[in-house]
Design a protein around this ligand. Structure first.
Ligand code: ADP
Ligand code: MG
Ligand code: MG
Ligand code: MG
Length: 418
């Protein structure tokens, strides 16, 4: 296992490699020649293979030394596979059953073998098809509350926390991708930008000239860069969530690092809101998706409310992090003051989440990486109408944050724009 051992494993090499890992070969069953191997990667960065044997199946993810979506001209460190593996291990410990089981990792090959999620589908595809997921709110809020709270100074000693930051600090190239693609490029002329032209040309030009927005996005960028509050997933959109009607699994934490909690929460909220705004574009008959659209907005509200409740429950349950020392909040007076401070903390976190929700929305409409919620609306004029509504809300959330003191203000504004 030396760094020089990296090579891209295409089908035949992968078969040989897996045959040499006894636990994996046993799990698959039958002879290696009988294994069915299919490349299914639909993400922007990596190779993903599904391998099925006579007994069982696995998913194999290998990082490429460049961005898959763009090609070899945009190199990206292989080490991201190791950070993904570290994050997945931590998430499995803190949110058991909500991530795929880890089966094998090879650091020099930047390769991870994990549980095959089947019949799970990428949640974004389900949302395009107007599917409702009744267990989603409970699962995703448990995932976020557990992973964010227990990697923060509210739960850890100062030493543990700083060791955690150090363990992920090397993942800075992935952070830089976010810093550029989410917090910078959509607001300036950049070669990789695209949008639904010509309908959104005017809006794109407005964003490039909107100094209030440039200040707001720069503040959010600074918060992203300079606030190591907790171990983030870092890419928690609905394309990183696999679901059945009753199960939720979070995948793809290669962007993991210690950052501001609101970034993960905002990713979930933004992608639900985009599903809402895209929904009319997928209608074949007026009103046929009304129940789904109602469910989506209710889900937006419940994601925030349930997350806040679970997070505060964890904090109230005798957490012994080095922040907020118990000795400073003794007696009835101390307890009351600490409770008020917890509420104030959640309000600040909400404000962050709302800003990141907006940032995550605008990048999907004017930046490099778009999402199928909008892209699958074939008629560009209809698509642009949906996108423009999402951008209008996002701009208001970023620049007039005070107009959105509660999650119901967000869903109320979304409903009015429909
Ligand atoms: P990328 O980092 O390139 O976005 P992902 O980890 O998101 O890669 O995986 C790409 C695709 O591979 C997912 O959209 C999903 O369809 C499939 N996939 C990933 N992990 C699994 C898994 N454990 N089981 C089944 N399919 C998976
Ligand atoms: Mg992905
Ligand atoms: Mg992505
Ligand atoms: Mg990824």
């Amino acid at each position: 296992d030396r760094a020089g051992d990296y090579r891209i494993l295409h089908e035949a090499d992968l078969r040989d490699y897996l045959a040499g890992v006894p636990d994996i070969a046993a799990l698959l069953g039958g002879g290696p020649a009988s294994w069915a191997i299919t490349e299914v990667g639909d993400g922007n960065l990596n190779l993903v293979f599904i391998v099925k044997g006579t007994k069982g199946g696995i998913a194999v993810k290998q990082a490429l030394p460049y961005v898959r979506l763009v090609g070899e001209s945009w190199p990206l460190p292989l080490s991201r596979a190791h950070y993904e593996y570290l994050a997945l291990s931590k998430q499995a410990e803190l949110a058991p059953g909500l991530v795929p089981a880890l089966l094998h990792h090879n650091k020099p090959l930047a390769l991870t073998v994990m549980e095959l999620l089947e019949p799970h589908i990428i949640m974004r595809k389900g949302l395009v098809a107007a599917t409702q997921y009744p267990g989603f709110v409970d699962d995703i809020t448990t995932f976020m509350a557990q992973t964010l709270f227990f990697t923060s100074d509210l739960a850890l000693s100062a030493a543990e926390k700083k060791e955690g930051i150090a363990a992920f600090a090397g993942n800075h190239a992935l952070c830089k991708v976010t810093e550029d693609l989410i917090f910078t490029d959509p607001y300036r002329i950049a070669e990789q930008n695209r949008w639904t032209a010509p309908y959104l040309d005017g809006l794109a030009a407005e964003l490039r000239d909107d100094m209030d927005l440039h200040v707001a996005i720069s503040r959010l960028k600074l918060k992203f860069m300079a606030s190591p509050e907790a171990l983030l997933h870092g890419d928690l959109h609905t394309g990183s969530i696999m679901v059945t009607e009753s199960q939720t699994r979070v995948i793809d934490p290669e962007f993991a690092f210690y950052g501001p909690m609101g970034f993960d929460v905002g990713a979930v909220l933004a992608n639900l809101l985009m599903a809402y705004f895209a929904s009319p574009g997928h209608e074949r008959k007026a009103g046929e998706r009304a129940a789904f659209e109602g469910w989506i907005l209710e889900t937006v509200e419940r994601v925030w409310n349930e997350f806040a409740r679970k997070f505060l429950d964890l904090w109230g349950a005798g957490a012994e992090g080095d922040a907020y020392p118990v000795s400073l909040f003794a007696g009835e007076k101390g307890a009351a003051r600490l409770e008020a401070e917890r509420q104030a903390y959640m309000q600040r976190l909400f404000t962050d989440a709302i800003g990141f929700t907006a940032a995550k929305t605008i990048r999907r409409i004017f930046g490099l990486a778009h999402n199928i919620d909008f892209e699958l609306i074939e008629d560009p004029r209809r698509r642009a109408i949906s996108e423009a509504r999402a951008v209008r809300l996002a701009r208001a959330m970023m620049v007039e944050a005070a107009a959105f003191p509660a999650i119901a203000d967000v869903t109320g504004a979304a409903r009015k724009l429909r």
